[in-house]
Design a protein around this ligand. Structure first.
Ligand code: CP3
Length: 363
């Protein structure tokens, strides 16, 4: 009861939303113009990000709500984006499970003591008290939502179980994911145990983000591209469905009925039909999928998000404008959220982001 009252009060202090295009598109409502946000919009391509990042360690920024909020707002101050996404990383979940994760400049994430054998699951600190261990993310969300003053909605996110499992076993990025995929074939039961542990954490984590003020929740299954239809159906999809169902049930029980959920399973073009039945309101797609084919697969009642090749941002402003308009022409303006097909790269020209936004908004 006290919890519900607190949540009500927290929502009262937030300013009313001035730009609700993203939420309208996610729910399948009409929009005045197509909403757009960019994966990794707060990142190293922005000089103001590099400036702040040069002074602080990556995870220190994630764990300091004032810094995380400041970086989340950087692209919103610069561009006419239709959403903010909280600055954090998917790997805060392995950290909450007791694993050490470092972000090494020029290398990316490194987990120096990865899971090697099924017995290593005993080293994980479960169950995780998410409200305690990841409290800093909730605080960053509440602070950012307050600072946004209703300008645009705030997206919360989590990594999906298979993608997190892969990092925990590989110990970082990998070209083949052969160690993590090896587990799926050699230790299917232990793999499922790990995926279930992760699912429980992801559910609590997403619920906490919505309670803290996140207005849409995106699940990143970035490593789906390494799987095929059968393995995806066995080791990824059931957990993704479970997350959506449980998060929505928990939020509804608290009166938070209208927090849409997005699933971005990169490279899972082979499972679009199945994903359309998984309960998510929005499906993100990468640039290898033809928009008309995606629509055919998912049917009319799902919002699609994507899918410009990030490298299109290397093109001239004129050419980029053309490609942005063509993308909207192909997807249509209904049930559509414009984005790249994956994150923006550090060497890209920030001015080209506004060119793309203008192209989308002027359709
Ligand atoms: O999109 C945003 O602006 C919000 C912030 C955000 C980051 N990571 C910040 C970040 C989000 C949504 C993520 C998600 C994330 N993190 C994913 C899923 C999305 C995807 O890209 O598929 C994954 C797989 C990770 C893990 C991760 N974090 C990798 C592989 C890397 C290295 C790649 C790189 O770009 O260097 C990171 C680092 C990272 N996460 C950076 C940022 C801004 C750059 C690191 C730095 O500043 O040193």
């Amino acid at each position: 009861m006290i919890h519900l009252l607190l949540q009500y009060l927290v929502n009262m202090i937030f300013a009313p939303l001035k730009n609700d295009r993203l939420l309208r598109a996610a729910r399948g409502e009409e929009v005045d113009t197509v909403p757009i946000w960019i994966m990794r919009q707060a990142g190293r391509y922005l000089p103001e990000f590099r400036e702040l990042r040069s002074k602080h360690d990556f995870f220190t920024i994630c764990q300091t709500p004032e810094l995380a909020a400041e970086i989340t707002l950087q692209p919103i101050q610069r561009f006419d984006l239709d959403a903010a996404i909280i600055f954090s990383d998917i790997l805060v979940i392995p950290q909450a499970l007791g694993m050490n994760v470092e972000m090494r400049p020029g290398v990316g994430p490194v987990l120096p003591e990865p899971l090697v054998k099924p017995g290593d699951l005993n080293k994980l600190e479960v169950p995780v008290n998410v409200e305690h261990k990841l409290k800093y993310v909730g605080e960053a969300i509440t602070l950012t939502r307050y600072k946004l003053e209703g300008k645009v909605p705030l997206i919360g996110f989590s990594g999906a179980p298979w993608t997190l499992m892969a990092y925990m076993i590989e110990g970082g990025g990998s070209k083949t994911l052969s160690k993590a995929k090896g587990w799926l074939y050699q230790h299917p039961e232990s793999s499922k145990k790990l995926l279930s542990i992760l699912t429980d954490v992801v559910v609590d984590y997403l619920v906490m983000q919505a309670e803290s003020g996140a207005q849409l929740l995106q699940v990143f299954e970035s490593n789906a591209e390494y799987l095929g239809p059968q393995v995806f159906k066995e080791f990824a999809l059931p957990y993704l469905c479970d997350i959506c169902k449980r998060v929505k049930a928990r939020l509804s029980g608290q009166g938070l009925h209208d927090v849409p959920m997005t699933l971005f399973a990169k490279g899972a073009h082979y499972a679009l039909k199945e994903m359309a039945k998984s309960g998510y309101d929005v499906l993100g797609i990468d640039w290898t999928v033809d928009p008309a084919e995606a629509r055919k697969q998912v049917g009319p009642n799902i919002t699609l998000q994507g899918n410009l090749d990030p490298c299109a941002l290397y093109a001239s402003p004129e050419k980029l404008h053309e490609m942005g308009s063509e993308m909207v022409r192909q997807f249509g303006k209904e049930r559509y959220i414009a984005n790249l097909g994956h994150g923006i790269y550090p060497d890209m020209n920030p001015e080209h982001v506004q060119v793309l936004i203008n192209a989308v908004h002027s359709c």
